[in-house]
Design a protein around this ligand. Sequence first.
Ligand SMILES: *[C@@H]1O[C@H](CO)[C@@H](O)[C@H](O)[C@H]1NC(C)=O
Ligand SMILES: *[C@@H]1O[C@H](CO)[C@@H](O)[C@H](O)[C@H]1NC(C)=O
Ligand SMILES: *[C@@H]1O[C@H](CO)[C@@H](O)[C@H](O)[C@H]1NC(C)=O
Ligand SMILES: *[C@@H]1O[C@H](CO)[C@@H](O)[C@H](O)[C@H]1NC(C)=O
Ligand SMILES: *[C@@H]1O[C@H](CO)[C@@H](O)[C@H](O)[C@H]1NC(C)=O
Ligand SMILES: *[C@@H]1O[C@H](CO)[C@@H](O)[C@H](O)[C@H]1NC(C)=O
Ligand SMILES: *[C@@H]1O[C@H](CO)[C@@H](O)[C@H](O)[C@H]1NC(C)=O
Ligand SMILES: *[C@@H]1O[C@H](CO)[C@@H](O)[C@H](O)[C@H]1NC(C)=O
Length: 514
Amino acid sequence: MASFGFLAFLVVFIAPLVLGSLPCSPIDFGRGSIVCECNATYCDTVDPINQVELGKYMQVFSDKSGARFAISEGSFSDVAPPENSTAVKVTIDRNVKYQEILGFGGAFTDAAGISIASLSQPLQEAILKQYFDGEIGLNYSIARVPMAGTDFSTRTYSYNDVENDTSLSSFSLEPEDLQVKIPYVQMAKLLQPNLRLYASPWSAPKWMKTNNEFYGMGSLKPEYYQVWANYFVKFLESYAEHNITFWAVTAQNEPTDGNIPGFSFNCMGWTSSEQRDWIKNNLGPTLANSSHSDVKIIMLDDQRIQILNWTRTVLSDPDAEKYVSGIGLHWYVDALVSPAALDVAHSEFPNKFMLGTEACAGALPLEESVVLGSWERAEMYASDIITDLNHWVTGWVDWNIALNMTGGPNWAHNEVDSPLIVDEYMDVFYKQPMFYALGHFSKFIPAGSIRIHHETGSFAGLEILTCLRPDGQIAVVILNLMTENAVELQLTDSERGNMELLIAPDSIYTLVYA
Ligand SMILES: *[C@@H]1O[C@H](CO)[C@@H](O)[C@H](O)[C@H]1NC(C)=O
Ligand SMILES: *[C@@H]1O[C@H](CO)[C@@H](O)[C@H](O)[C@H]1NC(C)=O
Ligand SMILES: *[C@@H]1O[C@H](CO)[C@@H](O)[C@H](O)[C@H]1NC(C)=O
Ligand SMILES: *[C@@H]1O[C@H](CO)[C@@H](O)[C@H](O)[C@H]1NC(C)=O
Ligand SMILES: *[C@@H]1O[C@H](CO)[C@@H](O)[C@H](O)[C@H]1NC(C)=O
Ligand SMILES: *[C@@H]1O[C@H](CO)[C@@H](O)[C@H](O)[C@H]1NC(C)=O
Ligand SMILES: *[C@@H]1O[C@H](CO)[C@@H](O)[C@H](O)[C@H]1NC(C)=O
Ligand SMILES: *[C@@H]1O[C@H](CO)[C@@H](O)[C@H](O)[C@H]1NC(C)=O
């Protein structure tokens, strides 16, 4: 007993040395919660959670009142709680396993790169580390790279704006790629050796389209279906020259946008059957016959509400199905459709992964673009991630990794929010609550984790995700959406015992234990 006591003392004594995370430097803009400010010499960090002592758990905590990745330690108890306890009961069953997690990430848009480049060199590196470093940052393992311009560009362009150049002899990367995308993607690759990159186009060159414009209602002219597939290979080859290779491409960003009359930014319209035929006859065989035959194809890359129509149309054709690896989902109208649609898609096409390929706050009409310190937006992120992953989605990728103070630059004035907002004049960036919300998942549920079962009584306001990490430890994320009430939670793992937790209002917890 004495030696145990001594060990316990040692653990307590060394704990602060092990937990070397640098704390948040808070600023309150009066918008609900705080942001953490980073300047050229200071930025808060969070350490990874390595092997947790048996019988203990590590708790990472953030909340509306200002906690950011606050780390503490607790112990399991083998005393059964009283029968009449009113605590919400959650039972974790590590023997029931679901999908493997592909990871979490964000997008290297032109706007993100321009925003990062507007800061001094130490801050540029700090942003990349904040996201992609596994030791001090969020350990992002996925990133999206737009193929040429999006609305988050300062101009409209493609990689081949020479009319009728069907041989693509004038194809070339643009200054945006060379100056504000490739250098940062390369930094991210150095920080995260397992980085999975996927590329998405918003529009073909104008001259390939029915409306001869980058935006508005218009689609790819059928005579250019093959040229457009060749353009993908040119893109992959051009990035490979910069030592950047891709894990996947999506067939088209939001293919339904270009079917909407007057759509205000870069888009190109497809129906589900057009996407099926183009993948089957053009993109699929062209990639397969190129030096990038290992690049996966992700279909849809559009709203959840489309999922069943598109998967049924594309994947019920075996000649298209064989080329498709996954289904990309955007979160913007998730409120309009039950996540049960994801379960149906998974049961019909269990071999195709589902991945959240884009999400951001502040995008809906009448919404303010940037809200510095919005806790509500952190909760929206966490809630959507938990819901998606509890319905077979394998990961979640944010939109712009950084934006300016007004949520741009965006040529179409479709400004939105980002987890990192840069103020180039002050040479600082602000870490929004959304950054921490994403980190509660990406940092502690690394790629290769597997979702496991938990059983809970229905309890409005509390959302829970349970995963088995590659290191054999369990990660539990708990989101309390309730603004007033702390919730008593009793978490049981039959192999470990019980945890009694008082979950604070408006809070996110990640628990890790062996
Ligand atoms: C950077 O931030 C740290 C922590 O908030 C502060 O102590 C320091 O003075 C700041 N440096 C500058 C140059 O503003
Ligand atoms: C549960 O029962 C014990 C006695 O068995 C009592 O002391 C306690 O107040 C009860 N708690 C609740 C929440 O009813
Ligand atoms: C970061 O994520 C990778 C998987 O992408 C994982 O192998 C690695 O262990 C993680 N690093 C840390 C420090 O957790
Ligand atoms: C491109 O092709 C179209 C259709 O053949 C033709 O009308 C147009 O003049 C061509 N443009 C140029 C610049 O050659
Ligand atoms: C390409 O990147 C890898 C790491 O991702 C690195 O090991 C290699 O040296 C790089 N090659 C070149 C030519 O830069
Ligand atoms: C495959 O590519 C080669 C040239 O790289 C070409 O000659 C051949 O026709 C292609 N095959 C198909 C089926 O597209
Ligand atoms: C998908 O939607 C299109 C147009 O709305 C419709 O024509 C088609 O029949 C639908 N397909 C399926 C499989 O539901
Ligand atoms: C941010 O981007 C918008 C365009 O969306 C631009 O008007 C504004 O000047 C930019 N702000 C700064 C500080 O660069």
